[in-house]
Design a binder for this molecule. Structure first.
Ligand code: GRF
Length: 246
């Protein structure tokens, strides 16, 4: 099975996946690593391992949108806006700008991924929202979603960009991480796996992050492995789409 990985920063999760592949614990081919950030350390890690990399510069596409660049031919604002649940209720002009700008960047992202013919896209600290325009292009089979994300909290608690920070500030006694399929909402897709750790009163935020990352490095390769073995089934249970592990 071929996977593509997207990173925005350090790429320690990418490293954990590469290490699992290297020791034979995970049977996949990492076909490419992409980033929205040319300086992402994750890109360096991939290059060192001889994995092809690419950068999709979101800010450049946002600037082109401002200049009136033509939108992708297969983009329909109406369709994408009707599916997007993330910004429900927001001003239509703001939503339009949000979706159109991203469609330009996402079309480039799709084009960069296309040659690698990946079976699964893995978001390993990719800090951009993916809109239904992108998600639908990859998810052609509703029973087998093709985008997997890792989130630094025990979802559905603390979605958003600072899971460990939010967990710590709330005073939780347990923290954790979640691997899930990506859907149209914010960190809301069907959960594949979760792992937790205790938070002691002597722990500061750094300690919480450290414990959390250690869990992520184990959990993420495991979940990708289940996908590669075709053991993840998305089923409808009492009105909710959940993952059944076979
Ligand atoms: C991780 O904490 C992950 O859960 C979150 O972003 C962070 C990425 O870390 N989505 P790294 O780039 O893999 O080191």
């Amino acid at each position: 099975m071929k996977i593509g990985v997207l990173v925005s920063g350090g790429g320690s999760n990418l490293q954990a996946i590469m290490d699992a592949v290297a020791v034979g614990a995970l049977d996949v081919e990492i076909a490419c690593v992409g980033s929205d950030n040319p300086d992402a350390k994750g890109l360096e890690r991939a290059e060192k391992a001889g994995i092809p990399t690419f950068v999709t510069d979101y800010s450049a596409f946002f600037a082109r949108w401002k200049e009136g660049a033509a939108l992708p031919e297969d983009f329909s604002l109406e369709t994408v806006a009707s599916r997007q649940s993330l910004m429900k209720g927001s001003d239509p002009d703001i939503l339009k700008a949000f979706l159109e700008k991203r469609a330009l960047a996402e079309a480039a992202l799709l084009a960069a991924l296309a040659p690698y013919k990946i079976d699964l896209l893995v978001l390993a600290g990719f800090m951009r929202v993916l809109t239904p325009y992108f998600i639908d292009a990859l998810n052609t089979d509703s029973n087998r979603p093709r985008i997997m994300n890792i989130h630094p909290a025990l979802l559905p608690a603390f979605p958003g960009t600072d899971g460990y920070g939010d967990t710590f500030r709330y005073g939780c006694k347990v923290g954790g991480c979640t691997v899930h399929f990506v859907d149209y909402g914010e960190d809301s897709g069907p959960i594949i796996g979760q792992s937790c750790f205790p938070i002691e009163s002597s722990d500061d935020l750094d300690a919480v992050k450290k414990k959390g990352l250690a869990e992520e490095w184990r959990l993420f390769p495991d979940c990708i492995g289940l996908y590669a073995e075709d053991r993840l089934n998305v089923v409808e249970r009492q009105g909710t789409r959940v993952v059944e592990i076979l």
